[in-house]
Write a protein that binds this ligand. Structure first.
Ligand code: SF4
Ligand code: MG
Length: 315
């Protein structure tokens, strides 16, 4: 994605040939109705980019995004409009999605009104119901975002997304900046909304503890590639990929769930110049000669469990 490449170059202070950066490289996975898929990896691994692509905010340079069987990445008109409504994104800082100069009632209803989610005469009632469901007092609709706490603002952000009646909500570090007790409340809200609306979530997070708690399946990314995916139970019980094993070994208990991943041996290589073969080989304790030369592909290691590691061929 060119503007991602430019931003990355600015952040790294490096000159860059735009064509050479693949923030996300050949990432294929599915999300089913009512399913919570956790997407984990170190910062800079491309998980936010992948989340933005799924949400239709960024376009993939190649590949398809299928929504109920229809390719919406390269569609226009009605299919794209419907896709944008049905897949909503929630960010770490709700101020990113709430206009500070709008009263929150306007922020929550604006897109729903534009897309005529319900007839205008039912809109006030619709918004009131959505706010109540998200734990926001509807009588505060004429206040501005800065008059609310961080947790309340996140609830308002969720209400704004929910007002569009989405099927899938992409949450990018949606609870990362909240206190632990507020995090738990927001996570409970996500789960209540799933039950109520059959919502699915793509839960992008660096926080393995939270992901384990809420996800049905987990997708692990490393330097733009999916290295492992499986059901949460299977992946945590039998992590296959050495990178996943390293990630999980750093989170021995929920008490330490805020630990980040930087205790894995070695620096994260630059995504501008990822290592050859298996991107993880410079940090992998099991790296073999072959790992430097040949890219491992995702292969089934158990039912519904895939991993991209040459060790699986070695027996
Ligand atoms: Fe390690 Fe090789 Fe497996 Fe990569 S393919 S994770 S370097 S053993
Ligand atoms: Mg991110």
């Amino acid at each position: 994605k060119p503007d991602f490449a430019a931003k990355l170059a600015a952040r790294l202070g490096a000159p860059i040939n735009r064509r050479t950066v693949h923030a996300v490289d050949d990432a294929s996975f599915a999300i089913h109705q009512r399913e919570v898929v956790g997407l984990v990896g170190e910062s800079g691994c491309g998980k936010s980019t992948l989340g933005r692509i799924v949400a239709g905010i960024d376009d993939p340079t190649e590949g398809r995004i299928l929504y109920r069987g229809q390719d919406v990445a390269h569609a226009s008109g009605e299919a794209t409009r419907k896709f944008h409504l049905k897949i909503q994104m929630i960010f770490q800082d709700p101020l990113d999605s709430l206009n500070p100069r709008y009263r929150i009632g306007k922020s929550v209803s604006e897109a729903a009104r534009y897309h005529k989610v319900v007839p205008e005469e039912q809109m006030a009632e619709h918004i009131e119901k959505v706010l109540l469901q998200c734990g926001v007092d509807p009588t505060t609709q004429n206040r501005f975002p800065h008059q609310f706490s961080g947790g309340q603002r996140q609830r308002i952000g969720i209400a704004r997304a929910l007002a569009l009646r989405p099927d899938l909500v992409v949450c990018d570090e949606a609870v990362a900046s909240l206190d632990v007790s507020i995090q738990a409340q927001i996570i409970n809200l996500f789960m209540d909304l799933r039950d109520e609306y059959d919502l699915a979530y793509l839960f992008v997070s660096h926080d393995i503890g939270v992901v384990r708690h809420i996800s049905d399946r987990v997708v692990v990314m490393y330097l733009g590639r999916i290295v492992e995916q499986g059901t949460t139970a299977e992946l945590f019980a039998k992590p296959n990929h050495p990178y996943t094993q390293a990630l999980l070994s750093e989170v021995p208990s929920l008490k330490r769930r805020h630990s980040s991943f930087h205790t894995i041996k070695g620096e994260i290589p630059s995504p501008l110049k990822p290592p050859s073969g298996c991107h993880f080989h410079p940090r992998c304790p099991h790296a073999m000669e072959r790992c430097k030369l040949e890219r491992p592909m995702l292969k089934a290691v158990a039912s519904g469990h895939m991993s991209a590691c040459h060790l699986n061929d070695e027996g």
